[in-house]
Design a protein around this ligand. Structure first.
Ligand code: SF4
Ligand code: SF4
Length: 382
């Protein structure tokens, strides 16, 4: 029987092959997985996703454009009436890529850009010349009127690049998604993870941008799992209200070998619900035994960080991946904005208007305490 959960987006790692070696890559992409889906299997999966009621598919990698059948699969997604998003590093441009993308009328073509400084971007991405290629890719998308967006993954190495990236992107009609790096990848040293103060400062930065620039000038959002339930800030993601981890309730992740998880950010086989080679995606999604950690969550399961929180029932203890990464357990995210504000911003909370009035990089930032100093360059030890 079909489940009552509607699949709004399937995030599909089309291949784990990648030409870059990004430090923060959560799946340590580089080589293909041992047994990636064949073209026929991928096309069948498109039909199966449609049968499941999937509204949109985001094709990512690795680098999805490295797959020779990328446009076959992408076209099938569109023929079946599902929305298409493409997430690329922007350094691979097969023959005719922009014209072909245009024909597909994608919802978004998202290109990763981690710094405004070419050298730093190249260092983070593990390849010289990556910045130049990605910039050129973005410019071609703009010229072709493709709905291009930029994704920036933030960690200690590039936190201070945010104001410079803002200057690069504003007024260009480029949507900007800011997200934070996790610790799952094999190339990423945990010392580069943002500390709580830095993590919160990313939320403040987004809020300040939104106050300073109208969405036509700088459409900036935090990733859907950044922050939430703040006592001070609006939800910095696209949605007004945070409704808890969507893994297995509205989104699903598919690995290139056909295994299905609630979310690809959770890079742990323990959370694989099945493989489309053994059971159809439709069966996996509609199985009452699937995705129990979100679908069957009960308030009593909230961990110590969340047990007394009035949001726990809806929030389910925050982002599952963040909770696992930080505490080793689900439903216990200590990095939601509510927790951060309670735990580390006691001083700023005494004067919330000052914290909210932050104009990053300017005079106000220099006067706004620890958080302002992160972006104004006056912070020691980073
Ligand atoms: S304390 Fe836990 S339940 Fe409350 S908002 Fe934060 S993550 Fe959600
Ligand atoms: S694990 Fe985190 S990133 Fe993944 S769907 Fe849940 S909230 Fe979103």
């Amino acid at each position: 029987m079909p489940s009552s959960y509607k699949l709004s987006c399937a995030v599909w790692e089309l291949t784990l092959a990648c030409n870059l070696k990004c430090l923060h890559c959560g799946s340590t992409a580089g080589g293909r997985r041992a047994a990636e889906l064949s073209t026929l299997e991928a096309l069948d999966l498109c039909a199966d996703l449609k049968r499941t009621g999937c509204l949109g598919v985001a094709l990512m990698g690795g680098e999805p454009l490295l797959r020779a059948d990328f446009f076959l699969v992408a076209a099938r997604v569109r023929e079946l009436g599902m929305e298409l998003s493409v997430i690329t590093n922007g350094t691979v441009a097969p023959e005719g890529v922009f014209g072909k993308l245009k024909k597909l009328e994608p919802r978004a073509v998202a290109v990763s850009l981690d710094a405004a400084d070419p050298e730093l971007h190249d260092r983070i991405r593990g390849a010289q010349g990556a910045f130049k290629k990605s910039r050129a890719f973005i410019e071609r998308c703009l010229a072709e009127k493709l709905p291009v967006s930029v994704i920036t993954t933030v960690h200690k190495l590039n936190l201070r690049e945010l104001p410079k990236l803002r200057e690069l992107l504003k007024g260009r009609g480029i949507a900007w998604q800011v997200q934070t790096a996790g610790a799952e990848g094999g190339r990423f040293s945990k010392e580069f993870l943002l500390d709580p103060e830095e993590f919160y400062s990313v939320g403040l930065f987004i809020e300040a941008c939104r106050r300073q620039y109208p969405p036509e000038v700088l459409p900036v959002i935090g990733a859907h799992d950044l922050g939430y339930n703040s006592l001070l800030l609006k939800n910095v993601s696209l949605y007004e209200k945070w409704e808890g981890c969507q893994a297995g309730t509205a989104v699903a992740g598919i690995r290139s070998d056909g295994s299905v998880l609630g979310c690809l950010a959770i890079n742990d086989d323990k959370y694989a619900e099945g493989n489309v080679r053994e059971r159809s995606f439709y069966d996996i999604w509609n199985d009452p035994a699937s995705f129990r950690y979100t679908r069957a969550f009960k308030k009593e399961q909230a961990g110590p960080n969340c047990a007394a929180c009035p949001h726990a029932g809806v929030c389910k203890g925050g982002c599952s991946e963040m909770s696992l990464m930080k505490t080793g357990a689900l439903h216990n995210d200590p990095y939601c904005f509510r927790s951060l504000e309670k735990d580390i911003l006691k001083e700023e909370l005494k004067n919330p208007l000052r914290a909210l009035g932050l104009k990053l990089g300017g005079r106000a930032a220099r006067g706004a305490g620890r958080l302002g100093r992160i972006f104004s360059g006056g912070r020691e030890g980073t």
